[in-house]
Ligand binder design. Structure first.
Ligand code: PEP
Ligand code: MG
Length: 954
C-alpha cells in the first residue's frame, strides 16, 4: 500500500530537462535518508535501459537491481512539475514518483498507480494540484477489488437443496472475511433466483466488507422442487465494485458453460468464470523474476503479446480470476504478480496454442532479466497477505468538518495523524524440512515470549498488563504449538502452520458469536501476528518521534501497550465501541480516544493535523486556524482544571450550595483499590468481580476469593466497597463455565440469571465477600435483575450466608440495568437497600442497540431522554423508601451528564479512578437548583442529540 505523507511530496518543481528532474528526485531521496547519493546513477542507468514513463504524465523512476544496495530504507518521493518536463522518450511528465525499494515493495506501488492511470482527468488534477494532500489523495485511492478465488468456492457439498447451498456459500464469504454475520442472516431468508443452466443466485448488500462472489455446488446432481441445481452463487454486492463479477457470471451463462460446472475442480471452475471456455488454449508458467512483474519485464511481455496473431489474456492463478489483455501494460502491471506466482495465459482460435506458448517461453526466459529457478521449499509459492481483507478506503473526512464517532476515552487532543495500516506477511506455504521449521517456530515463540515479558514488565499494573499477561499465556499455550507442529509435520512452513493454528483457534472462538469471545479472537490474532512478524522478519511499524494521534482499523491490546504515552495524544479507530478493549485500555492510560469512526479515517494521510475530542466523540481533520486555536485554548483550560481538580481530590464533592454527592471508583482488579484511594475515591462503587474469576484458570475457591476481596478492603481503610456478584454469560464468557450458544447473548442467560443456575457458586462468593469484609462496610449487588423475583432468589441465599457470617456493615442492592427494573423500582425499593444504575446495559436494552455494535454504538448515547426518565423513576422510587442510588455506568463520568444526574437526585457517582478528581470538580461547579433545572430541561427533549444540544446552550 502506498503510504505517503506530506513530507514525501514536493510541489511546484522546475527543471530544464529530464536529467535535471531526475537529479532533483534523487536528491530528495538522499535528503529523506532513503538512499545514498550513488542511487542517482542507478536511476539514470535504469532510464538508459528503458523509459519509466507510465502514462497520464506520470513517470516512475527507480534504480536498477544493482543499485538496490544504495537503498537505506524503502520509500517514495513525489515531485510535481506543473509546467511539465520533456522526458527522453518524448513524453511530457508532470509527476515523478521516484521509488527507492529494497525488494519488491514497489510492485504494490506500481499496481496502485496503474489504477490511478485508469481514472479520467487524473493527469490534469495531478499537474494542477496545489496541496500535497490533493496529490496524496489522488495517488492513495485504492480501487475496490472484488473477490472470486479458490477460497470463495465450496465445491461438492453433501447438500440437500438450494437453500443449504446458498447458506454454505454465504458462510464461506463470512469465513474469508468478506461479510459479517448479518449478511449471512439476510441470505438465510432468501429464495435463490434462477440464472438458468441449473445455476442460482442469492445476493445481499448489508454487512459487506469486500464485494465477493462465492459458489457452492452439490456433491451429486441435485434436483429440487425448483428444478436442477448445478450450483448456487452468493454475491456480496457493494456499490459498483461487484459488477465485474456479475459480468463474469453473465459470460459463463452466455457461453452455455453453466451446466458444465458440475464436478469440475476449483481450478477449472475459476477458469470457466474467468471466461476461458472449454475450447480455450491455456498454459501456465511460474514467474521467476526476482522482483516480480515490474515495469520492465511487463513491458517485454506486452511487446511479445503484441507480436502474436491473436489476442491473449492472462490471469494470476493465485489471485482473483480476472483475466486481462496481455497487450495492456497497465492491466498487466495491475496483476501485481510476484516471483513464484503462476500466470495463466489463454487464447482461442487458430494459432492460439502457438501464441500462448510464445508467451510462456518469454516468461520462462526471464522477460529480459536474468532469472534463477525457484527453491520450492523456501520461496513464496503463493504469497498471501495476512488474512485481513484489504478494503478500499473511501474519501478522507473533509477538512475542518467535525465527524461523529463513539466517545471512547475522554480528553481533547490535537496532533498530526499517524495512520497505521495492516501489516502484510509473505511466506512460503510449504517446507520440506519439518525439523527446521519446528525449530524456527520455537525460536519465534521464544522471541515473542521475551517481547511480551518485557512489555508486561514495562507496563505498570492495570488492564494493559492483564491483557498482555493473557497474550503471554496464549504464546505459551501448548495446544496452539501442537496444532502448528502438526501442520508442519504435514509439510506446512513454520509460518503457514502457525497461522493455521491461530486462525483455527480464533474462528472456534468467533463461532460462539459473542462479543467478548470475538475480542479474544482478536487477541489471538494479535499474538499470531507478533510471532509471524518474528518468523518473517517484518518489523512492527515505527511511530514518529513527535506527538501524534494514532489512527488504525482497530488497536489491539499489545499495540496500546507498545504506545509511548508521552507521544500518543489520541487514538482513533475505525471499528469498536466504548466498551471495546482498545477503548477500555485508552481510558486506563488516559489517552483521548474515539472509536467506530468508520473506514474513511483510514483514507487520512499520516501527518494531517487532527483534533480528537474523546468526550464528545468528535474528530476534525485539517482544522482551520480558528478551530485549532479554540481547541488549544480548551486544552490549556482543561489542563488548568485538571491540576486544580487533582489538588482537591481528597476533599468531598459538594455543590456550591452544600449538596453532597459521593464519588467512588469502578474497579476491575482488587489490586487497584489503593490507587483509587490515592486518586480521591471515597470508596469503590463497583467492583466487577468477574475479573477475579477470569484471572483464575478455574473457579476460585472460598479461600482464594477471601484473599482477593481482602486486598481491596485493606486498601480502602474503612471506605465502603460495592461488589457486584459474578456477572458473566452473554458478552462475558468464563472459560471454565461453558455456556450454550445463544442467538442473542445479551438477552440470554447472564448475570444473576446465570449464577442462580449454580447457587453454590453464588453462595461461595457471598460468603467470601462477607467474610473478607468482617467489620468493614460492604455493599453487595446483583447484576441484570429484571424484577423482584430474581432479587428475592438472590437475597434468600444472601440471608442464609449472612446469618452464619454476620458481617457488621452490610447492604444488599440491585443493579438497575434492565428497563423493567427501573419501571418496577417502587416494588424493588421496598426490599433492596440501594440501587446502582448500570447505564451501559440500561442504555443498550432501552434503545435496543448492542453496546458493542460496530455501526450503531455511536447512537447508543446514555444521555438519551428515555434512559434519563428511567433514572428519574429509579431515584424517585428509592428516595421514597429512604434508599440511596448510585450510577456506575460510563454516564457517571460524562461531564455533560453529571449536572443532569445530580439534578435527578443521584447520590453517588462511581467512575474510573482516573476520572474521580474531575468528576468531583464538576460537581463543585454546580448548585442544586441549577442541576435540577438542567435535568428538567434534559427530560423534555426528544432525542439524545437534542439533550446534548440543550445542555450545551443552556
Ligand atoms: C453497566 O452496565 O453500566 C455496568 C456498569 O456494568 P458492565 O459495564 O460491567 O456491564
Ligand atoms: Mg452491566
Amino acid at each position: 500500500m502506498l503510504m505517503l505523507t506530506r513530507e514525501d511530496v514536493r510541489l511546484g518543481c522546475q527543471a530544464a530537462d529530464w536529467r535535471g528532474a531526475l537529479a532533483q528526485a534523487a536528491q530528495s531521496l538522499v535528503e529523506a535518508g532513503r538512499v545514498s547519493p550513488e542511487y542517482g546513477e542507478g536511476l539514470l542507468a535504469r532510464e538508459a535501459q528503458s523509459s519509466t514513463y507510465l502514462g497520464k504524465g506520470i513517470a516512475i523512476p527507480h534504480g536498477t537491481p544493482d543499485s538496490r544496495r544504495f537503498v537505506r530504507a524503502t520509500g517514495v518521493r513525489v515531485l510535481q512539475f506543473p509546467q511539465g518536463v520533456s522526458w527522453h522518450d518524448g513524453s511530457r511528465v508532470n509527476l515523478l514518483v521516484t521509488i527507492a525499494a529494497q525488494s519488491d515493495e514497489h510492485l504494490d506501488i506500481l499496481r496502485q498507480l496503474t489504477h490511478v492511470l485508469e481514472r479520467e482527468g487524473v493527469a490534469e488534477s495531478l499537474a494542477g494540484a496545489t496541496s500535497p494532500e490533493e496529490i496524496i489523495a489522488a495517488l492513495s485511492r485504492l480501487p475496490v477489488t472484488a473477490r472470486l478465488d479458490a477460497d470463495t468456492l465450496c465445491l461438492g457439498l453433501p447438500a440437500k437443496d438450494r437453500l443449504e447451498l446458498a447458506l454454505s456459500a454465504a458462510a464461506r464469504l463470512r469465513h474469508v472475511g468478506c461479510v459479517d454475520a448479518g449478511f449471512v442472516a439476510a441470505i438465510a431468508g432468501q429464495q435463490p433466483v434462477p440464472l438458468g443452466q441449473g445455476l442460482w443466485l442469492v445476493f445481499g448488500t448489508t454487512g459487506v466488507f469486500t464485494p465477493a462472489l462465492a459458489l457452492a455446488t452439490p456433491d451429486k446432481r441435485l434436483h429440487d422442487e425448483g428444478g436442477d441445481v448445478t450450483g448456487v452463487f452468493c454475491l456480496a454486492a457493494q456499490g459498483d465494485a461487484h459488477r465485474p463479477l456479475l459480468d463474469r457470471l453473465d459470460g459463463l451463462i452466455a457461453r452455455g458453460d453453466g451446466t458444465k460446472l458440475h464436478g469440475l475442480p476449483a481450478e477449472q471452475v475459476l477458469s470457466r468464470l474467468a471466461g476461458e471456455s472449454a475450447r480455450a488454449e491455456t498454459a501456465r508458467v511460474r514467474l521467476l523474476n526476482a522482483h516480480g512483474l515490474h515495469a520492465r519485464p511487463a513491458g517485454v511481455l506486452v511487446q511479445t503479446a503484441r507480436q502474436q496473431s491473436l489476442p491473449v489474456r492472462v490471469r494470476l492463478l493465485e489471485g482473483s480470476t480476472e483475466a486481462v489483455s496481455v497487450t495492456s501494460l497497465s492491466k498487466v502491471l495491475g496483476l501485481g504478480a510476484r516471483r513464484g506466482q503462476t500466470l495463466v495465459f489463454s487464447a482461442e482460435g487458430e494459432g492460439a496454442a502457438k501464441a500462448v506458448s510464445a508467451l510462456v517461453e518469454a516468461v520462462r526466459g526471464g522477460l529480459g532479466e536474468p532469472v534463477t529457478p525457484l527453491d520450492e521449499a523456501h520461496e513464496v509459492s503463493a504469497p498471501r497477505p495476512l488474512p485481513v481483507v484489504p478494503k478500499a478506503p473511501p474519501a478522507p473526512p473533509p477538512a475542518d468538518e467535525p465527524l461523529t464517532a463513539v466517545p471512547a476515552a475522554p480528553g481533547l487532543a490535537i496532533a498530526p495523524a499517524y495512520v497505521v495500516r495492516p501489516l502484510e506477511f509473505h511466506y512460503p506455504e510449504r517446507a520440506h524440512d519439518a525439523a527446521r521449521e519446528r525449530s524456527r517456530l520455537e525460536n519465534a515463540l521464544l522471541g515473542a515470549r521475551q517481547q511480551l515479558g518485557a512489555l508486561v514488565q514495562r507496563t505498570v499494573g492495570g488492564e494493559v498488563a492483564q491483557i498482555l499477561a493473557i497474550h503471554l499465556e496464549m504464546v505459551e499455550d501448548p495446544a496452539l504449538r501442537d496444532s502448528a507442529a502438526e501442520a508442519i509435520g504435514e509439510g506446512a512452513s513454520a509460518e503457514a502452520g502457525w497461522w493455521r493454528a491461530i486462525e483455527t483457534a480464533a474462528r472456534a472462538q468467533e463461532s460462539l458469536a459473542d462479543r467478548l469471545l470475538a475480542e479474544r479472537a482478536a487477541d489471538l490474532r494479535d499474538v499470531g501476528r507478533r510471532v509471524l512478524g518474528l518468523l518473517c522478519g517484518v518489523e512492527m511499524p515505527t511511530p514518529p518521534e513527535h506527538p501524534y494521534i494514532l489512527v488504525a482499523e482497530d488497536v489491539g491490546p499489545s499495540d496500546v501497550a507498545r504506545l509511548d504515552t508521552a507521544k500518543v495524544r489520541g487514538i482513533v479507530t475505525v471499528r469498536g465501541g466504548a466498551t471495546s478493549h482498545s477503548a477500555i485500555l485508552a481510558r486506563a492510560l488516559g489517552i483521548a480516544s474515539v472509536a467506530g469512526a468508520g473506514e474513511r479515517v483510514m483514507a487520512l494521510t499520516s501527518g494531517v493535523e487532527l483534533i480528537v475530542d474523546g468526550e464528545l466523540g468528535r474528530l476534525v481533520a485539517a482544522p482551520s486556524t480558528a478551530r485549532r486555536q479554540r481547541t488549544e485554548r480548551r486544552i490549556a483550560e482543561q489542563e488548568t482544571l485538571r491540576q486544580a481538580a487533582h489538588g482537591r481530590r481528597h476533599e468531598e464533592a459538594r455543590t456550591q450550595d452544600g449538596h453532597r454527592v459521593e464519588v467512588a471508583a469502578n474497579l476491575g482488579s482488587t489490586a487497584h483499590a489503593a490507587d483509587a484511594v490515592e486518586r480521591g475515591a471515597e470508596g469503590v462503587g463497583l467492583l466487577r468481580t468477574e475479573f477475579v474469576f477470569m484471572a483464575h484458570p478455574q473457579e476460585p475457591d472460598l479461600a482464594t476469593q477471601i484473599a482477593e476481596y481482602s486486598k481491596a478492603f485493606d486498601a480502602l481503610g474503612g471506605r465502603p466497597l460495592v461488589a457486584r456478584t459474578l456477572d458473566v454469560g452473554g458478552d462475558k464468557p468464563l472459560a471454565y463455565w461453558p455456556m450454550p450458544q445463544e442467538d442473542n447473548p445479551f438477552l440470554g442467560v447472564r448475570g444473576i440469571r446465570l449464577t442462580l443456575t449454580r447457587p453454590e457458586v453464588l453462595e461461595t462468593q457471598l460468603r467470601a465477600l462477607l467474610t473478607a469484609a468482617g467489620t468493614r462496610p460492604v455493599r453487595i449487588m446483583f447484576p441484570m435483575v429484571k424484577d423482584i423475583e430474581e432479587f428475592r432468589a438472590g437475597k434468600a441465599l444472601f440471608d442464609r450466608v449472612q446469618a452464619q457470617v454476620k458481617a457488621a456493615d452490610v447492604q444488599l442492592g440491585v443493579m438497575i440495568e434492565v428497563p423493567s427494573c427501573a419501571l418496577l423500582a417502587p416494588s424493588l425499593a421496598k426490599e433492596a437497600d440501594f440501587f446502582s444504575i448500570g447505564t451501559n446495559d440500561l442504555t443498550q436494552y432501552t434503545l435496543a442497540i448492542d453496546r458493542g455494535h460496530p455501526q450503531l454504538s455511536a447512537q447508543s448515547d446514555a444521555l438519551h431522554p428515555s434512559v434519563l426518565h428511567l433514572i428519574r423513576l429509579t431515584v424517585e422510587a428509592a428516595h421514597a423508601e429512604g434508599r440511596w442510588v448510585g450510577v456506575c455506568g460510563e454516564l457517571g463520568s460524562d461531564p455533560q451528564a453529571i449536572p443532569v444526574l445530580v439534578g435527578l437526585g443521584v447520590d453517588e457517582l462511581s467512575v474510573s479512578s482516573r476520572r474521580v478528581p474531575l468528576v468531583k470538580a464538576r460537581i463543585r461547579e454546580l448548585t442544586l437548583p441549577r442541576a435540577r433545572e438542567l435535568a428538567a430541561l434534559a427530560l423534555k427533549q426528544p432525542t439524545a442529540a437534542a439533550v446534548r444540544e440543550a445542555l450545551e446552550t443552556a
